[in-house]
Write a protein that binds this ligand. Structure first.
Ligand SMILES: Nc1ncnc2c1ncn2[C@@H]1O[C@H](COP(=O)(O)OP(=O)(O)O)[C@@H](O)[C@H]1O
Ligand SMILES: [Mg+2]
Length: 261
């Protein structure tokens, strides 16, 4: 990545930067993953935090980025960014982890327009450059799903492609997930993205019903070229060591290209 101006960590930054055009590992010194989902509330933050925590435990310096967080009440921290930061070791300024936050719980494009603070691609590029700087791995969490709008003509697919991220697709393991997951993977591939893994996330405790107990096997048949990993339900989803354990035990890290630590 070539950054051509210095920046501040605010949403009003006017920095300019160029997107990566080469191997993602060469620009950041490490790998960069984009975490998207089939919907909002499916476990993107949890899975992103779990991967971050597991990599940190393996000795990797991890950068995390939640480029835009909406539904952040006035005076509150952006909750997703805070969990990602904690999982990555808690070393970063939250304004760097989350450069754009908005009060209204809406898609970024809508929240930004209603706040009179449109989101500029150059500012997002600068935020990505800051988050990746010096890191062996970087994890970027989207919002909602892959085609959620950020600005006119810009979606998360645009950012993930622009930043050459390896994609993790998180899907809530419940009835309906087969359709939602295949739609997302097809949209990702159509956008030129590489899906590294589908993470089928257990979002409810207790005994699985017929759909939840059959979804993983069916997804593997429907997506034969893509690892499908079953992520467990966690009694305390904010417990960082448990998140790292889950990322390791479900095999997610085994399916990812990892930086040399
Ligand atoms: N595997 C899990 N075990 C326990 N709770 C989960 C799990 N996955 C998600 N949750 C809970 O579901 C809610 C939505 O998860 P979150 O990661 O915030 O989703 P997203 O980032 O996709 O909006 C959160 O309250 C989270 O703690
Ligand atoms: Mg989230």
């Amino acid at each position: 990545m070539t950054t051509t101006a210095t920046t501040t960590a605010t949403a009003t930054t006017t920095a300019t930067t160029t997107a990566r055009t080469t191997d993602p590992t060469s620009a950041t010194g490490g790998l960069a993953y984009g975490v998207t989902g089939t919907d909002t509330g499916v476990g993107k933050t949890l899975v992103a935090a779990a991967v971050a925590a597991a990599l940190v435990r393996r000795g990797v310096r991890v950068g995390v980025l939640k480029p835009i967080e909406t539904g952040v009440r006035s005076g509150n921290q952006p909750a997703d960014a805070a969990l990602l930061n904690a999982a990555a070791g808690g070393t970063q300024d939250l304004a760097i982890v989350c450069p754009f936050s908005f009060i209204e719980p809406l898609a970024p494009l809508v929240a930004a327009e209603r706040a009179g603070r449109p989101i500029e691609l150059v500012a997002l590029d600068a935020a990505f450059a800051r988050a990746t700087s010096g890191c062996g791995a970087t994890i970027v969490e989207g919002a909602g799903g892959l085609l959620v709008p950020i600005a006119d003509g810009v979606t998360y697919a645009t950012l993930f492609r622009r930043w050459q991220l390896e994609l993790l697709v998180v899907a809530a393991n419940r009835l309906g997930v087969l359709n939602h997951t295949v739609l997302t993977v097809q949209a990702a591939e159509a956008a030129g993205l590489r899906v590294r893994a589908v993470v089928l996330n257990s979002v409810t405790a207790g005994a699985p019903d017929l759909a939840t107990s059959t979804n993983a096997a069916v997804l593997r048949r429907l997506l034969p070229n893509c690892p499908v990993v079953a992520f467990p339900y966690l009694a305390d989803p904010h417990h960082i060591p448990a998140l790292a354990d889950a990322a390791e035990s479900c095999g997610l890290l085994a399916d990812l290209p990892l930086p040399v630590s």
